[in-house]
Ligand binder design. Structure first.
Ligand code: UDP
Length: 327
């Protein structure tokens, strides 16, 4: 049995990760400030004897120091997420994404020097590639951000700083870190409140409202299921070859957003329509989107046995059932 700390463990991905760690017999400590997450996400395990829940901030040095004291692994998922949140609150995004990672690495560095190394999983994002025009991104590709006057890129840039810092701790101090760049992760418990497209589309279709597609809907994404993502993270943390490296994690099956809207409409209510709105209306006048985002998963597949169990049809079924209140 390991003792694992999950920051952001009441969030969408973090709560699925905490549940899976408990199911595998580990002791799990969760820290979450309940900003975008909620303890409701952990309802199924809230009375679990091996779960320790703390409402608090990973920007609190005392809390972080105590929290890492007797853990074997840290999964750092606490972050500002969601394009809408980032566009609306860039100060919050930058501060939330950089300082806590610095704090956690410092504390883990201290433990490492004391001869008690702790492995860290750092949750990063496909946003670090920015708007790189390549058809498929691999982990060594360039980061191509837009101007600093466009707040969207502050998210990718702040996570890139986290990656640089974590890799520096590995290179200079041999602190064991594994970095995962999540592509679009979807599934039950993901809220539409911060702009995520799939829960928003499903909410609209279930309400009989038109689905709001940004721009021409020809932008491309790949949607991976949350439990497949969690399994990949855990396999990477169990694989010594993964240490000190960066991995794309997600699905590599591309779909245009307009086609995603059509799939949701077909599955929920064929009488519902689509409404196109500009990026300026959806976000702000200076908003810049990433038009094409597809990962190269060769490194992930070469390192772990990565076989996602959910294709897009299965994902849509699960998300729609969850939204309809079916278990
Ligand atoms: N999008 C959309 N309608 C929505 C929300 C999002 O057309 O109601 C688009 C958005 O502009 C982007 C894609 O869907 O091109 C994915 O958006 P999301 O915020 O889910 O994730 P991103 O990939 O941008 O991080």
């Amino acid at each position: 049995m390991k003792h694992c700390l999950v920051t952001g463990g009441a969030g969408f991905i973090g709560s699925h990760l905490a549940e899976e760690l408990l199911a595998r017999g580990h002791q799990v400590s969760v820290i979450d400030n309940e900003s975008t997450g909620s303890p409701d996400n952990l309802a199924a395990v809230k009375d679990h004897p091996r779960l320790h829940y703390t409402k608090g901030s990973v920007a609190d040095p005392g809390l972080v120091r105590r929290a890492v004291e007797d853990v074997d692994e840290v999964y750092h998922l606490a972050a500002a997420v969601g394009v809408r949140l980032i566009a609306d609150a860039p100060i919050h995004t930058i501060e939330t994404n950089i300082y806590p990672t610095e704090l956690i690495l410092k504390e883990l560095g201290r433990r490492h020097e004391a001869g008690r190394p702790v492995k860290l999983f750092l949750a990063s994002t496909s946003e670090v590639y920015g708007k790189n025009p390549k058809a498929r991104w691999n982990e060594d590709d360039d980061l191509v951000f837009g101007s600093t006057t466009r707040a969207r890129w502050s998210y990718g840039a702040s996570k890139a700083i986290d990656e640089f810092l974590a890799l520096a701790y590995w290179r200079e101090r041999r602190l064991p870190v594994v970095i995962g760049r999540f592509f679009n992760v979807v599934g039950p418990r993901q809220t539409a409140a911060y702009g995520m497209v799939l829960p928003g589309f499903v909410d609209a279709a279930l309400a009989g409202q038109p689905l709001t597609v940004h721009d021409d809907g020809q932008q491309v994404r790949c949607f991976g299921y949350v439990t497949d993502t969690v399994r990949a993270v855990l396999a990477l943390m169990d694989e010594p070859e993964a240490v000190g490296r960066v991995f794309n994690i997600g699905s590599d099956e591309p779909i245009r957003i307009l086609d995603l809207a059509r799939r949701v409409i077909a599955a929920v209510d064929p009488s519902v329509g689509v409404e196109f709105i500009s990026y300026a209306e959806a976000y702000s006048a200076d908003f810049e989107d990433c038009r094409h985002r597809v990962p190269n998963l060769d490194r992930l597949r070469a390192t772990i046995d990565y076989r996602p169990e959910h294709d897009l049809d299965a994902i849509l079924r699960r998300v729609i059932d969850w939204k309809r209140g079916k278990p």
